[in-house]
Write a protein that binds this ligand. Structure first.
Ligand code: FES
Length: 580
């Protein structure tokens, strides 16, 4: 509290005023001689993934007090998937700004970040990286497994699976209702290796979270114990002055990326890790992901690419057990929030043979390479991404088909189930203008629905591609994050119905089989889309300053060397202004 620089133009008066106001909640002067620990509370009744965190916050406080600190909880923006329009991704940067500014502006020495739902931990790590005060990540934990008629259910892979079956006519309305009641059966975030679990796994591997804190379900005693330990650990980090920049090195991010590949994690993590790293001036590129993916075995048998869920991973030893298996490939000398290196943290970890169906041995992986592949070609000069292990029909990983183009998410919703839509199982479904600027916020619409008429014929997978994202819980032969996006003049916006597209995952290529002359002609005809929404406020700011997917979708003015790399975006608005 003494460190607060709030000033009223009279240093003596400022001090006098602070002393009067710091007595709230029964605190006395001695409390403020101790390390002051902010607890970034993301409790929300709207964000259901954080609606249970109050007791965890109390446990963190107990840990802080036990270690000799003074905890002070404060609120921050809470983003819940499915409840934020148009998409939480649009508000990740706002939450990152909230985190950075509140850590920087408040008189706290260190902070505990309580994440959980998909965008929270990325936003908090971005903000904490920029603020660079001692920080430690924690989450509300994943939900326990759901169950229906003896079958394990997982949110939200099974939300998508059973909805698709309902549309195909193989699941009736009554059954669907019963399944719905079991899909999200406990407190916590989604319990497959979706975006929330993936980013928590990466945070643990990078060293920003205590060992074991990713996988322990929201409802087990172990999560309360970990909350207490997290409270103690942040006090020690403050005492040793260990900051995010001491932990999140390029080599630590490489550990995070290898973990992402080994667990078959969410494609969203690629965007988030690039954004977090760039806050520290670390230039992660898609090539880093490709390089590490090719040399990392896929060892964690987790949905949606595998069989098991977070509760099962927890019993198998959690992320420490995964890291132990991966340790021949990891940078073990990197510092972590325990104050020890990753190697020291793993020294006593053992993987129990009984759980080998969940965590495979390093030399007997599920797949020899990682879960994410980077594609390039004239359709995605700055890259695109695919999760080959999540493809249902693996034959589609090498495929040539005719494009069926949707020019926006609303166009897709309007026409995809039109019985007259000219589409067959070999078509390539293309969704345009759904990227960071276009949608905006690149919503998780990339798993384009398979047209009803094809579902009824038994089709369950098709090649789909877009400039948006998909949920980490989703699946299929789905190409995502095509960059540059259509709305800034990317080649995906030039695709027309009937164009041939070739996907070749083995050769990492994505090509639009149209002559360069014809593409040049289309480029000249191309007009930036007209955005009638977001004439003011945050949406206006977002569209002008968001970077492309391959650059992490941060704002250009928040990376260490602010720059605007999107002249086309300005021209979009100049065009609008000209019209006005
Ligand atoms: Fe919050 Fe899935 S809805 S993690």
């Amino acid at each position: 509290m003494k460190k607060s620089h709030t000033s009223y133009g009279d240093a003596g008066f400022s001090q006098f005023l602070r002393m009067a106001f710091q007595r709230h909640l029964g605190h006395d002067e001695a409390d403020f001689e101790k390390p002051i620990i902010g607890i970034c509370n993301t409790y929300s009744e709207v964000n259901r993934c954080h609606s249970h965190i109050k007791p965890l916050v109390e446990a963190i406080k107990q840990g802080v007090i036990a270690a000799g600190g003074t905890p002070l909880e404060f609120p921050m923006i809470s983003l819940g998937e499915m409840f934020i329009s148009p998409t939480t991704m649009m508000y990740r940067n706002l939450a990152a700004m909230d985190t950075e500014e509140m850590i920087s502006a408040q008189p706290i020495d260190g902070v505990v970040l309580i994440g959980g739902c998909d965008k929270m931990l990325p936003a908090q790590l971005m903000g904490a990286a920029s603020a660079n005060k001692p920080a430690i990540a924690f989450t509300g934990g994943p939900m326990g497994n759901g169950q229906y008629k003896g079958q394990t259910l997982g949110a939200c892979s099974d939300c998508r699976h059973f909805w698709q079956e309902y549309k195909a006519g193989t699941v009736c309305e009554e059954e669907l209702k019963n399944i719905n009641a079991q899909l999200a059966p406990t407190a916590g975030h989604c319990m497959v290796m979706g975006s929330a679990s993936t980013i928590a796994a990466c945070a643990e591997a990078i060293g920003m979270m205590l060992p074991g804190a990713c996988a322990a379900p929201a409802t087990v005693n172990e999560r309360m114990r970990l909350a207490r330990e997290t409270g103690k650990a942040i006090v020690h980090l403050v005492e040793k002055d260990i900051r995010p920049s001491n932990i999140m090195s390029k080599r630590a991010f490489e550990n995070g990326i290898r973990t992402l590949m080994a667990v078959g994690g969410s494609t969203n993590a690629v965007i988030h890790l690039i954004a977090i790293a760039r806050r520290l001036g670390i230039h992660l590129t898609l090539e880093d992901f490709e390089r590490l993916s090719r040399t990392t075995p896929f060892i964690a048998n987790l949905r949606p690419a595998g069989q098991y869920q977070m509760e099962d991973l927890y019993h198998a030893g959690g992320i420490p057990a995964v890291l132990k298996e991966l340790s021949p490939l990891l940078n073990l000398n990197e510092l972590t929030v325990t104050g020890k290196t990753l190697g020291e943290n793993l020294s006593n970890v053992q993987v129990d043979e009984v759980y080998r169906n969940i965590i495979r041995p390093f030399h007997e992986p599920l797949h020899k390479d990682g879960g994410i592949t980077i594609l390039r070609g004239n359709l995605a000069p700055n890259g695109a991404i695919i999760k080959p292990k999540a493809a249902i029909n693996k034959a589609l990983l090498k495929h040539r088909g005719k494009a069926v183009v949707f020019t926006s998410i609303s166009d897709m919703e309007r026409r995809v189930n039109d019985p007259n839509l000219e589409v067959d199982q070999d078509s390539v479904l293309v969704l345009q203008n759904a990227g960071p600027v276009g949608a905006p916020g690149m919503p998780e619409a990339g798993m384009i629905p398979i047209p009803n008429k094809l579902l009824k014929q038994g089709v369950r997978d098709m090649v789909r591609l877009s400039d948006c994202r998909m949920s980490g819980t989703a699946f299929g032969t789905v190409v995502l994050h095509v960059a540059p996006e259509a709305a800034v003049g990317g080649a995906i916006g030039l695709v027309k119905d009937g164009d041939w597209i070739e996907l070749d995952v083995e050769n990492r290529s994505l090509e639009l089989l149209v002559s360069e002359e014809e593409l040049e002609r289309r480029r000249k005809e191309w007009k930036p889309p007209h955005f009638s929404d977001h004439k003011r406020g945050y949406g206006w700011l977002y569209r002008r300053h968001v970077l492309q997917a391959d650059e992490g979708c941060d704002f250009d003015f928040l990376v260490p060397e602010p720059r605007s790399i999107q002249p086309d975006i300005h021209s979009i608005h100049e065009l609008e202004e000209e019209k006005v």
